[in-house]
Design a protein around this ligand. Structure first.
Ligand code: ADP
Ligand code: MG
Ligand code: ZN
Length: 480
């Protein structure tokens, strides 16, 4: 039997605000444990939470950018459970009346576009963090840091519309770009600003009804999302093929072993006893407010991707890569405003530039080569001052030293030889030294030409113009 994979993602996004969701404590990352706390986020008796307006507006922005309807009235609810990182004994979240509903995100994979539905986006507070003594040299003890308690989050819940690990990864990538473009979150996965739970089930191909799912908790990188889902699909396939049933449970991914393992079963699942939080008034959002927020939404990745394809005549693939992050697209557009050959710019950015940045795990914002400097290099090639090959060397040097390309070219004497007489002499020399090959060429073995061009390029230390060399060789051989 063939099975179809069904995936739905729940993504927790930390929203950029200076202060926490219900108090004025700072949200700054990396402070000493419990430095960012007050009676409200510590859950002391008698305190009252007040909703952070900036958080609400950023959350509305996230909803609108993902085509969700912003509910005219939404409400906070208490999600009750006991855990040492949750001082109140409940988390303030939203349940039956979330902020955003019925949205969608378009994903692009292998040249096709697919719409993934969003069930809801709701607002909630983050919990604290437990630090176990094993890592601090005091085994058997655990410590709690409440700095993260009350940090504002949006949870984005997708419909079970994803059909493969690759689609799940593409969805997460697209969601991340949208949130970055709208600047509602820095989406820093290492610092936990973007965390993903994946729900996975299989069903026989053609069957309408969904199969039993498992939930993978806290996947904190794109790679792990894909790998963990791949493993889980294989595992569930094995279970079903043995004639067994998949058990509904929560599982964790062990990235060292590349396996998932059970954390708790459905029977152990919590009953959260949700109820509307009596300390907080319902959130009323009128249409004028929604429209005001809508006006602040910039061009989104999807629109920009389409514009890059039409305005610059770029292939879909290039447009997708270049618009994957806002800063990368800005870098490209700066270059394109200075040099009117967009495909050449795109090739250099997607090739050499991104390769160098990936090597050092750097972001385009930290790129040592400015758009101006890159364009100056491309102009040197365009004007025939240096060859494309030499340009690669100059590029590496620019990346290391941040020098202007022309300075490097002059310093190292890399200018293309445009002196016809010098090239003529080199061509003549190579022909005389390879009379056998010339004979072969004349007898119809055209491949030899490439070899001869290579010899001349070598003699010129890469500084001759290959096109000119090619032409001259042919001319001379036809007269031999
Ligand atoms: P919970 O809050 O208990 O995790 P939800 O019904 O809110 O449950 O579903 C959470 C996520 O699981 C959603 O993204 C949804 O699309 C996905 N999902 C629900 N049922 C399935 C299933 N059978 N297979 C795969 N994903 C599913
Ligand atoms: Mg869930
Ligand atoms: Zn506080």
């Amino acid at each position: 039997m063939k099975y179809e994979t069904v995936i739905g993602l729940e993504v927790h996004v930390q929203i950029n605000t200076k202060t926490k969701i219900f108090c004025s404590c700072s949200t700054e990352f990396g402070k000493p444990p419990n430095a960012n706390t007050c009676p409200i986020c510590l859950g002391m008796p008698g305190v009252l939470p007040v909703l952070n307006k900036q958080f609400l507006e950023s959350s509305m922005k996230a909803c609108l950018a993902t085509h969700c309807t912003v509910a005219p009235m939404n409400r906070f609810a208490r999600k009750n459970y006991f855990y040492p990182d949750l001082p109140k004994g409940y988390q303030i979240s939203q349940f039956e009346e979330p902020l955003g509903i019925d949205g969608h995100i378009n994903i692009y994979l292998n040249g096709t576009k697919k719409r993934i539905g969003l069930t809801r986006i709701h607002m909630e507070e983050d919990a604290g963090k437990l630090i176990h003594g094993e890592n601090l040299g005091s085994p058997g003890k655990s410590y709690v840091d409440f700095n993260r308690t009350g940090v504002p989050l949006c949870e984005v819940v997708s419909e079970p519309d994803l059909r493969s690990p690759e689609e799940a990864r593409a969805y997460l990538g697209e969601l991340k770009s949208i949130l970055e473009y709208t600047q509602v979150s820095d989406c820093n996965m290492e610092e936990g600003s973007l965390r993903c739970d994946a729900n996975i089930s299989l069903r026989p191909e053609g069957q309408e009804e969904l199969g039993t799912r498992t939930e993978l908790k806290n996947l904190n990188s794109f790679k792990f999302v894909q790998k963990a889902i791949e493993y889980e699909v294989e595992r569930q396939t094995r279970v079903l093929e043995q004639g067994d049933k998949v058990i509904q449970e929560t599982r964790l991914y062990d990235s060292d072993r590349g396996e998932t393992f059970s954390m708790r079963s459905k029977e152990e699942a919590h009953d959260y006893r949700y109820f509307p939080d009596p300390d907080l008034v319902p959130v009323i959002v009128d249409e004028a407010w929604v429209e005001e927020i809508r006006k602040t939404i910039p061009e989104l990745p999807e629109q920009k991707r389409e514009r890059f394809a039409t305005e610059y005549g770029l292939p879909e693939y290039d447009a997708g890569v270049l618009t994957s992050s806002r800063s990368l697209s800005n870098y490209f557009e700066k270059c394109a405003s200075l040099f009117s050959k967009p495909k050449i710019i795109s090739n250099w950015i997607m090739g050499d530039l991104l390769r160098e940045l990936n090597k050092t795990h750097q972001d385009i914002d930290e790129c040592p080569i400015s758009p101006d400097a890159l364009v100056n290099l491309l102009k040197l090639i365009d004007e025939g001052v240096i060859s494309g090959n030499i340009a690669k060397t100059v590029f590496e040097e620019m990346y290391q030293t941040q020098k202007e390309p022309i300075a490097i070219v002059e310093e190292k004497g890399l200018k293309q030889i445009t002196d016809d007489k010098a090239i003529d002499e080199m061509v003549e020399g190579v022909l005389q030294a390879n009379l056998g090959q010339v004979e072969e060429y004349k007898n119809g073995k055209e491949k030899v030409l490439g070899f001869l061009v290579g010899q001349v390029m070598k003699a010129s230390k890469g500084k001759a113009n290959p096109g000119a060399v090619n032409k001259l060789l042919k001319e001379k051989m036809s007269g031999m």
